[in-house]
Design a binder for this molecule. Structure first.
Ligand code: PYC
Length: 428
């Protein structure tokens, strides 16, 4: 395949953010320049990325910044970060179950830790410690298993008992009288939270500064192939010729892949989440209970952010339901009875592209030039930086990086699944 050209074409240098700049603009009332500019759709791009979430924007940024490929378009049918990237609960962790998964998500954590400096954008990463509670012997066994795999991969995780849990999270009911008493937890100190929209904006700004074009409100309506090779995409704003298309559309990924004639072993399910009114900071760690189908963290503004397992039926709905709010409230109060008077402010859902083994699908497909970065299920946001970086490397070099090789689509025909269901925040 003809690989995309390498000529670096920079866009406009972004304003460098700094404390001095903030003070100076405050005093002079000078406006900030927009973080990226609008462009007309060009008739040809070296790479077209479908999906303006963290995955698509990170891939665009690394294509330009690391590989000199800046004639890139990122297309989004809505606005950037309006899909899963703006709807997740912003939890970062690498305490997975398989060695392949742990290695991969740990690399993402490393990139996230350095992201604010790399992008000159405050993404508000907060290391909080992540606790996955075990309420029965089976879960405790899985937590021990995960802890050992994590340690072998150099990731800080350990199983701790109720006393230590109580010390870390004083408001948690660790008594033997609870309906599902807490027997222990997988404690992962490096886990934390981040500001998800800042991550999206930071990547968009940095990619645009390298010359990438971001086209919002631009829906892909078709993908043209000829003799099993990508030739271009059709959109609501016009047609584009391109040799390379990257599908980074999460919940919509099967529909987009079908336009190129590619079938994916993925089904889309909504995942609901909710946020409360702000309360005084009392919860430092991120708490997960698979048995009670809930996870909770507290933002820097004091709101409690909750999520659950995916809805039990495939759907493209992004609305919240009363059943979810009722179940959530019941379970949260079982965990932390002191929260019974806190009010829920908003609820919503995002779309999860679930694979049979709960691992993603990354790499090329049977259609030359058509790449996928999909199948993220409930893990997508955590992986944005590393998958963007490695997909960019694959597109540039034509060689699959070792880190993402286990996640190729061929694993489903070769009987080598990468089972990560036991590492899900909550049971599905
Ligand atoms: O895997 O940590 C997780 C998670 C939290 C919310 C959705 N997935």
């Amino acid at each position: 395949m003809g690989r995309p050209g390498f000529g670096r074409r920079y866009g406009e240098r972004p304003v460098r953010y700094s404390a001095a700049g903030l003070v100076s603009r405050g005093l002079t009332h000078r406006d900030w320049t927009p973080m990226w500019r609008r462009h007309d759709l060009k008739p040809r791009y070296d790479v077209v990325i479908i999906g303006g979430g963290v995955h698509g924007l990170a891939a665009a940024y690394y294509l330009a910044a690391n590989h000199g490929i800046s004639n890139v378009a990122v297309l989004d049918k809505g606005y950037i970060g309006g899909g899963g990237s703006g709807r997740n609960t912003a939890i970062l962790r690498s305490n997975y179950l398989t060695p392949e998964g742990v290695r991969f998500y740990e690399r993402s954590m490393e990139l996230y830790r350095g992201l604010a400096a790399d992008l000159n954008f405050n993404v508000m990463f907060a290391r909080r410690g992540h606790l996955t509670l075990a309420h029965n012997d089976g879960s405790l066994r899985t937590m021990r298993w995960r802890a050992e795999v994590n340690k072998l991969q150099g990731v800080d995780s350990d199983v701790i008992g109720p006393d230590e849990i109580k010390r870390l999270v004083p408001y948690l009911d660790v008594s033997a009288q609870a309906r599902y008493p807490i027997l222990g937890a997988l404690y992962h100190p490096p886990g934390g939270i981040i500001r998800h929209d800042a991550v999206v904006w930071g990547y968009a700004r940095a990619a645009a500064a390298q010359g990438v074009h971001i086209h919002q409100d631009t829906e892909v309506t078709g993908i043209d192939t000829e003799g099993g090779t990508v030739r271009g995409v059709r959109t609501t704003k016009g047609d584009i010729a391109t040799p390379v298309v990257l599908n980074a559309t999460a919940g919509w990924s099967t529909l987009v892949a079908a336009m190129a004639g590619v079938r994916l072993p993925i089904q889309t399910f909504p995942l609901q989440a909710a946020v409360t009114e702000p309360v005084r900071p009392f919860l430092h760690a991120v708490i997960v209970s698979g048995t009670l189908h809930v996870y909770v963290s507290q933002t820097d503004r004091g709101e409690l952010v909750f999520g659950a397992s995916v809805d039990p039926f495939a759907s493209y709905s992004t609305r919240g339901t009363l059943e979810f709010a009722e179940g959530l409230a019941t379970h949260v109060i079982e965990l932390m009875p002191a929260l019974s008077k806190v009010r829920l402010l908003r609820q919503w859902s995002g779309l999860c592209d679930m694979t049979p083994d709960f691992s993603p699908v990354m790499g090329g497909t049977e259609v030359e030039g058509f790449y996928v970065d999909v199948g993220w299920g409930t893990y997508g946001f955590k992986a944005g930086p590393v998958s963007g970086r490695r997909m960019a490397e694959l597109i540039h070099t034509g060689k699959t990086p070792d880190l993402i090789r286990p996640f190729s689509i061929t694993r489903f025909y070769e009987n080598r699944l990468v089972g990560e269901k036991a590492a899900a925040a909550v049971s599905h």
